[in-house]
Structures are given as C-alpha cells and as structure tokens.
Design a protein around this ligand. Sequence first.
Ligand SMILES: Nc1ncnc2c1ncn2[C@@H]1O[C@H](COP(=O)(O)OP(=O)(O)O)[C@@H](O)[C@H]1O
Ligand SMILES: N[C@@H](CCC(=O)OP(=O)(O)O)C(=O)O
Length: 399
Amino acid sequence: MRDAVLTARRIVVKVGSSSLTTAVGGLDSDRVDALVDVLARARGAGTEVVLVSSGAIAAGLAPLGLTERPGDLARQQAAACVGQGLLVARYTASFARHGLRVGQVLLTADDMGRRAHYRNAYRALSQVLAMGAVPVVNENDTVATAEIRFGDNDRLAALVAHLVRADLLVLLSDIDGLYDGDPRRPGAKLLREVRGPEDLRGVEFGGAGSAGVGTGGMVTKVEAARMATAAGVPVVLTAAPHAADALAGRETGTFFHPTGDRGADHLLWLEHASSPRGTVQLTGRAVHDLAQGRGPLPAEDVTRVEGHFVAGDPVELVDEDGRLVGRGLASLAGQELALIRGRSGRAVVHQDDLVLLPTGARAELPAQVRRRVSVRIRPAHESGQPPSPVQELRQPSTG
Ligand SMILES: Nc1ncnc2c1ncn2[C@@H]1O[C@H](COP(=O)(O)OP(=O)(O)O)[C@@H](O)[C@H]1O
Ligand SMILES: N[C@@H](CCC(=O)OP(=O)(O)O)C(=O)O
C-alpha cells in the first residue's frame, strides 16, 4: 500500500484525451462514467478532488466533421470551443449521478504567470472545493495562442497541484505507467518507482499514444512529475482503468517519490508558473556568490538588462554566457537598473526572492525532458519572436 496516497486529503487527478475520446467517435461516455465513479467515491470518503481533464479538442472533432486532430491552431481552437462544452456537459451529467456538482475552470498561461491572477485562481478553486463541488480544469484552448499556451495538460496539472497545495497528483493515461523505452517495442519494462532523476537515466521516450488524440506523450508526464515531486507532491502515473487502484493506494503504475519540500508560495510560483518580464545578466562572481547562498545580488554585478519590468516583476538571471541561472523578483525597475548596473551596491534581487536552477538534478534528466524544461521557461515577452542569442545559448547542448 502507498501511504502517501492513503493520507492525501486533497488530490489533483489529470486524465488525458486518449482515455476519454477517440478521434472518430468523440467522447466515450462509458469511460467518462467509469472515471467519475472512482472520483465520486474518493469525494464521498472526504478527499477533495480537482480534475484536470483534457479532451476538449478531441471531443470537438467529430461534431465538426473532422476525422483527425488538425495541425493548425485555428481549427484546434474551433474544435476546443465546441468540444469543451460537450466535455463539461458530460462530466456534469456523470457527477450528478452521485449527487455531485462540477465547476468548469479554464486557465490561460497568463492566469498562472501573473501573481495576482495566480492568487485569484487559488481563491476561486479553494472556494469551489469548500462548497463541495468538483472543479474540472482545462486550458482555455479557444483563446490560447501558440506562444502563450501551456500546451499540455500534464504540466498544467502539476501547476494546479502546486496552486491548490495538493497532497497528491495522479496522472491517468492510456498506458499503465512509465516504461524504460517506448512500450510499443518488445522488452520495454515498467518502472514501478522513481525516487529521483537518477532513476530516469537511460529512459527513452516514443511519441504520443495510439488513439491519435494525445499530445505530449511521456515526456510531458515525466516533466510534470518532476515539477510536482520537487515541491513535495508524490505522483502516481497509471492507466485510466486503474484509477480505482491508484486512489485506493494499491501498487499500480509508476510511483514518483517526492524529491524536495514545498517551499514558500511565492518561490514555487516564481520557479514554475511566473512569466518573466526581463533578463538580467550577471558577472561570474555574482553567479558564484548566489550558488554559495550569498545575497542579495548587487547592481554592480549586473552586466546587461533586457525587457520592460518594474519592481516586483519576475526576471530571469543568466550568466556571462547567457545560460539560465535562476529567476528572481526584481527589486528595481529595468530602466533604473540599466542606469546603475555595474556601479552600485543597491540590491537587484533579495535572497528571499530568488530561485536557482537545480543544475545538478537537471543534468540527470533524460535529454528530451531537459530540453523541454528549458524551452518552457522562455520569457513571455520574447514569445513569438525568433530566439535571442540568450535563448539559443540556454538550450542544453546535448540530446
Ligand atoms: N517510455 C515510455 N513509457 C510509457 N509510455 C510511453 C513512453 N514513450 C512513449 N510513450 C507513449 O506515451 C503515450 C501516452 O501519452 P499521450 O498519448 O500524450 O497520452 P495522454 O492523452 O494520456 O496524455 C503512451 O500511449 C505511449 O505510447
Ligand atoms: N487542452 C487540450 C489537451 C492538451 C493535452 O495535454 O492533451 P493530453 O496529452 O491528451 O493530456 C484539450 O482539452 O484538448
């Protein structure tokens, strides 16, 4: 039995498109009902449940006469627009069989990236839970543009687990866990437990699943598990039909053990959810001092400032070669910092407002996951533009 599952009072459950829909048939009511039965049982036993459900785009395909997931954003938006309504209507009817209400929560990256919006989302979700309803969360795909998308709900689910301070994240897919190689290849072995990045060394990833409606494949799930476990949230990854076992604490799928503790709220947000408004380049000495825990960061150690940010905004910190070092909350506006950089002792970022990249842990992640982690932390203000030299240098060199 998995104690961390049995003691969890608030859980986030994420289900993928491939577990709810098919490209040709749209939503599969039996599979929705089977999942809802499990979640309703957990709710009945006093566990608060937040459901992060994919499936909007897949559910909208058939009603719009599409036979496969379109490659262009406009038709994906249209499919999501039609499919999200159908998806939530289906959940509403299905939870109603258990006397439970659902509430739809559609999030954009901006809702997470801005601190005030993040707090607002926390307040709203907490209230829905306190009133006994089940929030059904998805990305707001109809209005999300290519540049500002979360892109995959595995990552969104990890962010929601941080946001609502969940005790457990359950990822339900069409596969019964993480394999050491593409499970379609003979001989691939299921990993029952992952204790840290070292257990992921040598793991290989194939593409998304067979139904043709999943998006991220296993890479995004491992990334989500990394984000959750680093903040002290254990993760169970298994197939949707095994949801009952997973929530009952039985050994199913892959269990990712926590690798860190939940830090201060604003640092968790800063590291994973914030949209940096600028970039601050540091001297080698400053990077060294930060790594030794010596702060605050003085303006004299800043060599370059990019972006339009005000005091309190998140910024990326990069080293002399443009490699990402961490993120901080600026204590000065970018314009002011540009004037005094290199020659003032004023603090640019305080020690308490700083997160450094765990470079050692990152180095142990499989190359595909590392690459994704780096791409994800691209500053929002640069999105949609060709990568700057800073960004190019930031991509890991291997893989
Ligand atoms: N190493 C691996 N272990 C398990 N599954 C993998 C691996 N590499 C690729 N996959 C694929 O990832 C798929 C799940 O991802 P995806 O289709 O995006 O599902 P979902 O819709 O649940 O998010 C599986 O069906 C499997 O074929
Ligand atoms: N937000 C999208 C799903 C994106 C996504 O991550 O899908 P999946 O890989 O099936 O979990 C939708 O509802 O269609």
